[in-house]
Design a protein around this ligand. Structure first.
Ligand code: GH3
Ligand code: MG
Ligand code: MG
Ligand code: MG
Length: 343
């Protein structure tokens, strides 16, 4: 039935070593609107099914030189590739144990030669239904994965992904005895943006700040939204000096970006706290997160729009003194922590 437009888009592999039968069937399939990919033996069929954009339906002759249809079946199932390949075995064998053997090898269906074309078409339609359902299942699974791992507002990694990735990276760096830096980034006076320009404008500021940060980081650095107006950056294989430089780039690019919302141009700044996992500080995830968070709060108290590196700038930080942007916070007060900052 070539009246269905979807049929035209569907690729069907036809593997048949007998030339006459192959050509006859090819014409029939093409007449139904399928895009037919031909294979003259099992090896060819297997190559096609492993290739990119492989057909989702395969008609495999059982008896073929090289790999027979059954062996192709087994290989396809063993490879377990997605999307699913719906396999119909075509064969002259008709003993019950042949049917059982064919299905056990992973065929979805079985057609005895000579077969009626209408029956073949009906069976291909069943295959198409299964293939389409499987495609929808994969798409739904991908959408769920996306939802579970990313923040919907900014498109960045969400808190869960940050924590998982950070745990993995710290473990890797611990094994290799290399440094791994964590940067806590909190937008300054963000409540004021909401209060003055409205919540949608605040959302736009979050989106743009996120894309500004993503744009200046290396592809293998992770930046995620930890919650509210807080972001966490993970810099693998990065020591304190490198993290300070990366943090300064982040700070400067956020501060230097004019964000236009509703005809108004806004600027926001951020405060950054850095903690480095290394042989001196250890690689414990929660300890480092707390240290970075506390360093960020030191940066807030020292005047905002600046960086504090845990264990370097703190301890000398004077929360009451306004230090120069991005400079080390000056001396004198305890390391800052906010209520409920232990996470
Ligand atoms: P500070 O410089 O001390 O960090 O001040 P702040 O105003 O940024 O911090 P505070 O914690 O007082 O306020 C954070 C604000 O962020 C309050 C909250 O409404 C806002 N916020 C959190 N999540 C979102 C969001 O998804 N969208 C918008 N528009 N605002 C958000
Ligand atoms: Mg044959
Ligand atoms: Mg905050
Ligand atoms: Mg804030």
């Amino acid at each position: 039935m070539c009246d269905l437009p979807e049929a035209r888009r569907l690729k069907v592999l036809l593997a048949e070593d007998a030339r006459f039968a192959r050509h006859l069937l090819q014409r029939v399939l093409a007449g139904w609107g399928y895009e037919v990919v031909l294979a003259e033996d099992g090896e060819q069929a297997w190559r096609v099914l492993q290739g990119p954009d492989a057909p989702s339906i395969a008609l495999l002759d059982w008896m073929m030189p090289g790999l027979d249809g059954l062996e192709v079946c087994r290989k396809v199932r063993q490879a377990g590739r997605e999307p699913y390949t719906y396999i119909i075995l075509l064969t002259g064998r008709d003993r019950q144990q042949d049917v059982v053997e064919g299905l056990a090898a992973g065929a979805d269906d079985y057609l005895r030669k000579p077969f009626d074309n209408l029956e073949l078409e009906a069976r291909i339609r069943t295959g198409r239904r299964i293939a389409e359902l499987h495609g929808e299942l994969i798409a739904a699974r991908e959408a769920l994965r996306e939802q579970a791992t990313t923040d919907s507002l900014t498109g960045l990694a969400n808190r869960r992904t940050i924590l998982e990735t950070l745990g993995r990276e710290l473990e890797r760096c611990r094994r290799l005895a290399t440094a791994c830096a964590i940067v806590f980034v909190d937008l300054d006076h963000f409540k004021h943006v909401n209060d003055t320009h409205g919540h949608p404008a605040g959302d736009e500021v979050l989106r743009q700040a996120a894309s500004t940060m993503r744009a200046i980081l290396r592809p293998y650095d992770l930046v995620g939204r930890y919650g509210g107006e807080e972001f966490v950056v993970v810099l693998p294989d990065c020591d304190a000096a490198g993290a300070r430089a990366a943090g300064e780039r982040l700070r400067a690019s956020v501060a230097g970006t004019a964000i236009s919302v509703g005809g108004v141009s806004l600027r926001v700044t951020c405060s950054l706290g850095i903690a480095v996992g290394d042989s001196r500080n250890g690689w414990d995830r929660d300890r480092l997160l707390n240290a970075a968070d506390a360093a960020m709060y030191s940066a807030k108290r020292a005047g905002r729009d600046r960086i504090v590196v845990a264990g370097e700038d703190e301890g000398t930080a004077a929360d009451t003194v306004e230090a120069k942007p991005a400079g080390p916070a000056p001396a004198g007060r305890r390391r800052g922590s906010r209520p409920g900052s232990a996470r």
